[in-house]
Design a binder for this molecule. Structure first.
Ligand SMILES: *Cc1c(COP(=O)(O)O)cnc(C)c1O
Length: 375
């Protein structure tokens, strides 16, 4: 049985006529830059997230870069990031000639360890970027308590976590000064190419973000500060607006797939660590949207190869934490110890979890893993 890690064609087929109509509408209008399609999507996604402002941008990476620029991060400033995330979280800091300062992550959620985070704060710390990795919120109560105590602004990297609720049901992107999201095709809400979003609940910050998106200008050709071209394409906004109403259903399907994996694998007694849903006590139903379903296993690379022989897709997110990246070798915190992140990098494996998977496919993947450890 062939089980790809992700099959975007199935989702496209299910909404083909609406998606094609949206693309053709933009094509017929030839209005590609900002405009009505972008306004409509921004209004709808802001309402969905419960944020006062949602501003469409060119990618998740640019969302993070724009957020740092909006906070006026300068050369030499320190920005705290977890060492275990997608590269963009730290890369954007270096692009402004600021210094990424690495922290370890929590052993259950893979998200920033608030205690290590507090230890890394210095007088030069100008921002903190918690990541809601794999589709589960960081411990935002703890993160915000520390950040507020030291008056350091927080940028949430919610690229993998659109729609995730934390504790009392507030969605991620509403805790820090700015929330950042990605619509890269493999995220839970994926565009037909690159796109992203920033959110804020602050009027002045929204103004600043909108200006920075178009080279720091409000009145065309008059530039208050130096920004960039961080605009979302109208065609992407039109596509995303078709998909947005289906996002909750898709994330619920991912949770069902995860629950099935969990029940089969935990009953089997094979020596693997399964993802755990934390914050369960709060009654939040959306605590995990499973952008990735991650198991931690012994003999990880052998298991991955074995699954490959059965035409089962799997992936390693992420094999090399930031403190071990060649490009960051000279940074001061690259020599620190990050035992949880190192363990995650050498044991974690992402399994197929996309909404359109069949029950038979999930069972086949789980049973193949059990077969590998019983051999
Ligand atoms: C995908 C991702 C990004 C970057 O988003 P792009 O749209 O690919 O630029 C940033 N951070 C995390 C955690 C991501 O998963």
């Amino acid at each position: 049985m062939n089980v790809p890690l992700l099959d975007l064609k199935l989702q496209y087929q299910s909404l083909k006529s609406e998606l094609d109509a949206a693309v053709l509408r933009v094509s017929a209008s030839q209005a590609f830059i900002l405009g009505a399609e972008v306004d409509t999507f921004e209004k709808n996604v802001a309402a969905y997230l419960g944020a006062k402002y949602a501003i469409g941008v060119s990618s998740g990476t640019d969302a993070l870069l724009l957020a740092l620029m909006a906070l006026d991060i300068r050369p030499g400033d320190e920005v705290i990031v977890p060492t275990y995330s997608f590269f963009a979280t730290a890369g954007v800091v270096s692009r402004l000639n600021a210094v990424p300062v690495f922290t370890d992550v929590d052993p259950v959620t893979f998200n920033i360890d608030p205690k290590d985070m507090e230890r890394k704060i210095t007088s030069r710390t100008k921002a903190i970027i918690p990541v809601h990795l794999y589709g589960q919120s960081a411990d935002m109560a703890a993160v915000m308590a520390v950040a507020n105590k030291h008056s350091i602004p927080v940028i949430e990297d919610g690229a993998q976590a659109i729609g995730v609720q934390y504790k009392d049901g507030v969605k991620v992107g509403n805790f820090g000064a700015i929330g950042c999201f990605s619509f890269f095709p493999s995220k839970n809400l994926g565009a037909f190419g690159d796109a992203g979003l920033v959110t804020t609940n602050d009027d002045a910050m929204a103004d600043r973000l909108k200006m920075l998106r178009v080279h720091g200008s409000k009145v065309k050709y008059y530039h208050q500060f130096v920004g960039g071209n961080f605009r979302i394409d109208a065609i992407q906004a039109a596509v995303l607006d078709v998909k947005l109403p289906h996002l909750e259903r898709w994330s619920a399907r991912r949770r069902e797939n995860a629950a099935l994996y969990n029940s089969i694998l935990s009953a089997s007694g094979v020596p693997i660590r399964l993802p755990e849903a934390v914050y369960r006590e709060s009654g939040a139903v959306n605590h995990h949207i499973y952008n990735q379903y991650i198991i931690r296993v012994p003999r990880r690379d052998e298991l991955k190869a074995f699954l490959g022989t059965k035409s089962i897709g799997s992936e390693i997110y992420y094999p090399v934490p930031f403190h071990r990246q060649e490009c960051f070798a000279s940074l001061p915190t690259s020599k620190d110890l990050f035992p949880v992140s190192d363990d995650a990098a050498s044991t974690s494996l992402a399994l197929p979890i996309f909404p359109e998977l069949t029950e038979a496919q999930v069972r086949f993947v789980a049973e193949s893993i059990i077969e590998f450890y019983r051999k």
